[in-house]
Design a protein around this ligand. Structure first.
Ligand SMILES: [Zn+2]
Ligand SMILES: [Zn+2]
Length: 250
C-alpha cells in the first residue's frame, strides 16, 4: 500500500467542497477530540446529527467546564443567527422596519454606538451580531477558549438579551420567514432552552410564543413599568404620538 492509499480523515471543508459533501465526515468521540476547539467541534457534531434534539445538544460531556460550555454555545448561536440575518435582508428594509421592534411594547435601541440609538431593524441586526462577534472574540474579555474569566461571565447575559431580539423581530414582523428558518434550524427553540437552562435571560423577555421547553405560551401582558435595569441596561421611556407608553431599551 502506498502512502496515497492510506485513508486519513480530514475534518475540514476544503476549497471546492460540494454542498452535499459539506461537513460530511465521520463523527468522533469527545475524548478523542484533542484540540482547543474540542467543545465547539462537539457542539457542531451534535447539531449536525439532529438539530431538533435540543436536549442532546445542550447536554455537556461529563467533566465539561460549564462556563466554557455556555460561552461556546453562545458563539455557535451567533454564527447561526447570521443565517437568519441573511434571510431577513430579503424582506426587512429600513423603509418598512425603521425601528427594532417586536411587540408594541418595546423599541430596542442599538448598543453598537457611542450612545444607544434607534437603528432600523436590519441595521440593528447587523450591528448587534457584529458587536457580539467582536466581544466574544475579544482578547480582553475572552482571551482563552479553555477557561473563562469570572469577570467576563456577565457579558454572556447581555449578548443573549440583545441577539434574542433578532428572533423576536423576525417572529412578529416576518413570520413566514421565521417559521421557515425555525423549521430547519430549531434555533429559537434551542436558544430559549439554553437561556432558561443557564439563567441567562429573564423569562419575561422570552416573548416568542410556543418555544416548548422554554418560554411562555403567550407574550406577557403589557405593563407600564420597566423592570429594574441591570448595570448594562439603559431604559428610557418615550411617548409616541399615539399616547401609549412605549419603552425603549438598549
Ligand atoms: Zn423587519
Ligand atoms: Zn446600530
Amino acid at each position: 500500500m502506498t502512502m496515497s492509499e492510506v485513508k486519513v480523515i480530514v475534518r475540514r471543508n476544503r476549497p471546492g467542497t460540494k454542498g452535499a459533501e459539506f461537513c460530511k465526515w465521520p463523527e468522533e468521540p469527545f475524548e478523542e477530540m484533542d484540540s482547543t476547539l474540542a467543545v465547539q467541534q462537539w457542539i457542531q457534531q451534535t447539531i449536525r446529527r439532529d438539530p431538533s434534539n435540543i436536549t442532546a445538544i445542550l447536554t455537556p460531556p461529563e467533566t465539561q467546564d460549564e462556563e466554557v460550555w455556555k460561552y461556546e454555545h453562545l458563539r455557535q448561536f451567533c454564527m447561526e443567527l447570521n443565517g437568519l440575518a441573511v434571510k431577513l435582508q430579503s424582506e426587512c428594509f429600513p423603509e418598512t422596519c425603521n425601528q427594532m421592534t417586536a411587540t408594541e411594547q418595546w423599541i430596542f435601541l442599538c448598543a453598537a454606538h457611542k450612545s444607544p440609538k434607534e437603528c432600523p431593524a436590519i441595521d440593528y441586526t447587523r450591528h448587534t451580531l457584529d458587536g457580539a462577534a467582536c466581544l466574544l472574540n475579544s482578547n480582553k474579555y475572552f482571551p482563552s477558549r479553555v477557561s473563562i474569566r469570572e469577570s467576563s461571565l456577565g457579558k454572556l447575559g447581555s449578548v443573549c438579551r440583545r441577539v434574542y431580539r433578532i428572533f423576536s423581530h423576525a417572529y412578529f414582523h416576518h413570520k413566514t420567514l421565521f417559521d421557515d428558518f425555525e423549521a430547519s434550524s430549531h434555533l429559537c427553540r434551542r436558544f430559549t432552552s439554553f437561556v432558561m437552562k443557564y439563567n441567562l435571560m429573564s423569562r419575561d423577555n422570552l416573548i416568542v410564543p410556543n418555544m416548548e421547553d422554554g418560554a411562555t405560551d403567550a407574550p406577557p401582558a403589557v405593563t407600564e413599568t420597566a423592570s429594574t435595569p441591570t448595570t448594562t441596561t439603559t431604559t428610557t421611556k418615550v411617548t409616541p404620538v399615539t399616547g401609549n407608553t412605549t419603552e425603549s431599551e438598549a
